[in-house]
Design a binder for this molecule. Structure first.
Ligand code: ADP
Length: 246
């Protein structure tokens, strides 16, 4: 458990008796770019739902940063503690500019009253500018988000989470439907983010996983089937049988 940003112990999540997660054990170390893969129905989304507080464990526990028992916290508490989740479809404010979207995300973290009544400070402005560089959208700063390409919207939404300074970023298929060059940009962005924040990604695109994963967990039937670097999981006969061999 020492050195883990997420520690999952005997986690079971049942839906009307069906175990989407079945006594799952899993851990993730600080600063990892960690991919979760596995066939449809393996339990990947359910695991992310528990980690971000959207679903409660039926049994077992999930510990954040070696002390926070996630099952005992509300979803909004977990956001404040630094767990941010991005869903597959980008949800940016299309009528606001790129800058305004990032500014709003920063203010939202401060709370509604502060968002309404306090101006963005110079330090916060610097943070937004640095985030823009990080997500490579500096040249689009005054463009309305609705005019961005799908890949740019994905990067903007990642930026809206980054600007809030998370400690753990959870991403659901961030490169689905993107071009090769956009996939490359997102991959490089995730690599750079993982220098200061742990990143857990559910992904189906094996080419992307091969190129960018530091560590991979393969799930099957609500449990971990295999774990390790890409080379290890690719040569694991269990994985070949249930997943890659399909
Ligand atoms: P994955 O993301 O790996 O495709 P999921 O975590 O979405 O898998 O789902 C795991 C299993 O749990 C699937 O069989 C799915 O049908 C089931 N499941 C997920 N959510 C619910 C729910 N709210 N009610 C009933 N069954 C569910």
């Amino acid at each position: 458990m020492a050195g883990t940003v997420i520690y999952v112990e005997n986690l079971t999540v049942s839906f009307n008796g069906f175990k989407a997660l079945n006594q799952m054990n899993f851990c993730m170390r600080y600063g990892e770019l960690h991919f979760l893969i596995g066939p449809n129905g393996a339990g990947k989304t359910t695991l992310l739902d528990v980690i971000c507080g959207k679903l409660k464990p039926t049994r077992g526990r999930v510990i954040f940063k070696e002390e926070v028992d996630i099952g005992k916290r509300q979803e909004h508490d977990l956001v404040n503690l630094g767990i941010s989740r991005k869903f597959q479809t980008p949800s940016v404010f299309t009528d606001l500019t790129v800058y305004e979207n990032l500014d709003l995300a920063l203010r939202r973290k401060r709370g509604i009253l502060s968002a309404l009544f306090h101006k963005t400070t110079p330090a916060e402005e610097e943070r937004i500018i640095a985030t823009l560089e990080n997500i490579r959208l500096t040249d689009k700063i005054h463009v309305k988000a609705g005019l961005l390409s799908h890949g740019e919207k994905q990067r903007l939404e990642i930026g809206m989470l980054l600007v809030q300074d998370p400690e753990l970023l959870l991403l659901d298929e961030p490169v689905a439907g993107l071009t090769k060059s956009e996939r490359q940009k997102i991959g490089e962005l995730l690599q750079s983010i993982s220098q200061r924040c742990s990143v857990l990604v559910v992904e189906h695109d094996m080419g992307f996983v091969r190129q960018f994963a530091q560590r991979v967990t393969v799930m099957h039937e609500g449990k971990v089937l295999s774990e390790g670097n890409v080379a290890r999981i690719q040569s694991d006969p269990k994985v070949i049988e249930v997943y890659l061999g399909r």
